[in-house]
Ligand binder design. Structure first.
Ligand code: AMP
Ligand code: ZN
Length: 119
């Protein structure tokens, strides 16, 4: 399934729920977290509905690689200071015990001056 009608992030990707977009291409979407932990906090998600990191297959290697390459670029564009004084954190919560609340794979990117609300 490429889109799940009951999934909040699929609805955001389709524009049915508003979001503050930071990035979009044919296979990825990026938007600010509605409840940020840090001064900069956005998420990168595949447009295709993938429930979590546990569902990834070898065919998704390029997709996930693209997210890893985009994260530092978008972090800087959205207010993170450069490495090494600045930087950012990348988090992928997976499953109940991993703290995952939304069942559509998402990569958190957090940064900006400390202290942060969490982390
Ligand atoms: P996780 O706990 O890793 O599943 O993270 C889900 C994240 O989605 C949380 O940090 C929420 O604040 C965020 N979130 C939930 N609903 C929305 C929304 N409508 N727009 C932006 N972020 C959201
Ligand atoms: Zn989804």
């Amino acid at each position: 399934m490429s889109s799940d009608p009951n999934c909040i992030f699929c609805k955001i990707i389709e524009g049915k729920i508003p979001s503050k977009k930071v990035y979009e291409d044919d296979e990825l979407f990026g938007f600010h977290d509605i409840a940020p932990w840090a001064p900069v906090h956005f998420m990168l998600v595949p447009k295709r509905h993938i429930a979590s990191m546990s569902q990834l297959t070898p065919e998704d290697a390029a997709l996930m690689g693209k997210i890893m390459i985009l994260a530092p670029k978008l972090a800087l564009e959205n207010g993170c200071r450069p490495y090494p004084e600045g930087g950012f954190r990348v988090v992928i919560n997976t499953g109940a015990e991993g703290g995952q609340e939304v069942q559509h794979l998402h990569v958190h990117v957090m940064g900006g001056p400390r202290p942060w609300l969490r982390g």
